[in-house]
Design a protein around this ligand. Structure first.
Ligand SMILES: [Zn+2]
Length: 415
């Protein structure tokens, strides 16, 4: 049973029933899902959660009402791995990786889509849609296919080939827009007005969609034995994931499910699209839009919807925000792979490179525990690593050639 009570305006606090609505009638502010945490206290327990499925829906009490049953492809409950080898390289005492490469379509977006489309079905929608930098489109197309819905996913036409293929294979309509994500998003806002019966995951059902990201906080706390980490590093695109992770930790504290201090949250951006990091460094309250140019396409949102809320969270919590170059991103994809056996997409490289940058800056404390969110699988961005990941040598099919090449790569000593 869900303890969600309806929607509430994030700006003026006006409340609405749990309906298909995403902006406030009074101030046009964004809405979010509200909960009766007083009623949930004592009802949502470690035991009640543990009795649930091995998916995000074990936290169904703290998610929007999914109707008769959630749309669940086996989303979430991904591993939280202690990263001892990477910790040693980075010089930190306790590092954990939340490995969200392991979701059904290979990214954390499955969390938000499972929640968004479950709510959309309850609200009577029958077509799934979204504006996407790639991963969301893939997840929407897959979830729609699994329940027999049509899908319309809209992406920049020059996205990574693997992300386009991973989306198109599910059989929905994929529209490639000659423009960047911010152009795509603007177009989708116009399409919502023309097609009110389509559930655009991150537009007209965005309040429900966003809630799915809280499950990252819930899982991290539960997987640490109902302990809060000291510090969490989160990649930033629209900023929604970041603000909802913060909300998730706060809900756990409010329900007495964890003790201690809220974690300090840190943001991670690519230099080529760093509107939030730039605003934070400048002490600004508003985010000035940027035109993205980075290999981290999944984070390439130049006008982030949740930007001001991320700035609030960063300042309130004493956090900081990294901004890393494309070379550092590639280097850290390789570093993560070589030390921990996890193959992340470019966003994962942004997270690890930002962690390293903020350790160097001294804003992340190397003596306190750290969780890094690894949000998507490396198979999604194979193009990006083509120049750094290839065969060591191409050889004739002979022992002599093999031994010669192995000497060259220093795997065997010269004899
Ligand atoms: Zn309002």
């Amino acid at each position: 049973m869900s303890f969600a009570t309806g929607l509430i305006c994030r700006e003026c606090g006006t409340t609405y029933p749990s309906e298909a609505r995403y902006a406030c009638d009074f101030c046009f502010g964004p809405l979010e899902v509200d909960y009766d945490l007083a009623a949930a206290r004592g009802q949502v327990t470690h035991a009640s959660i543990a009795a649930g499925p091995a998916s995000i829906w074990r936290y169904g009490a703290l998610l929007p009402d999914p109707g008769d049953e959630p749309i669940d492809l086996g989303v979430g409950w991904t591993p939280l791995r202690r990263a001892t080898r990477l910790a040693e390289v980075l010089g930190v005492r306790e590092l954990w990786l939340k490995d969200d490469t392991r979701n059904p379509t290979g990214s954390f977006k499955d969390r938000v889509v499972s929640v968004a489309l479950s709510s959309a079905r309850r609200l009577g929608f029958t077509t799934a849609a979204c504006a996407s930098t790639g991963n969301l489109a893939t997840s929407v197309a897959a979830h729609a296919a699994a329940i027999g819905w049509k899908s319309v996913t809209i992406i920049p036409s020059d996205l990574e080939r693997s992300k386009i293929a991973m989306t198109a294979i599910f059989g929905g309509t994929v529209l490639g827009v000659e423009g960047n994500y911010d152009d795509v998003n603007r177009l989708c806002v116009e399409l919502v007005a023309e097609h009110p019966d389509w559930a655009f995951a991150n537009v007209n059902v965005r309040p429900y969609y966003a809630e799915g990201s809280k499950t990252l906080a819930f899982e991290v706390a539960e997987q640490l034995g109902w302990r809060l980490p000291d510090q969490v590093v989160v990649p930033l695109a629209s900023g929604s994931q970041f603000t909802k992770i913060a909300k998730g930790f706060r809900q756990l504290v409010a329900l007495d499910l964890v003790e201690g201090e809220l974690p300090v949250l840190f943001g991670a951006q690519a230099q080529g699209c760093s509107p939030i990091a730039t605003a934070f460094a400048a002490g600004a309250d508003v985010v000035t839009p940027q035109r993205p140019h980075t290999i981290a396409r999944s984070l390439a949102i130049g006008n982030p919807a949740d930007g001001p809320y991320v700035l609030d969270e960063l300042r309130r919590g004493g956090g900081d925000c990294g901004a890393v170059g494309d070379d550092e991103i590639l280097e850290c994809i390789a570093l993560l792979a070589e030390t921990e056996g996890i193959f992340a997409e470019t966003a994962g490289g942004v997270t690890i490179a930002s962690l390293r940058q903020l350790l160097g800056r001294g804003t992340i404390d190397s003596e306190r525990s750290i969780v890094a969110i690894i949000s998507g699988h490396g198979l999604k961005t194979l193009d990006a690593i083509a120049d750094i990941a290839h065969v060591s040598a191409t050889i004739a099919p002979s022992l002599e050639a093999a031994e010669e090449a192995l000497r060259f790569t220093q795997l065997v000593g010269a004899s």
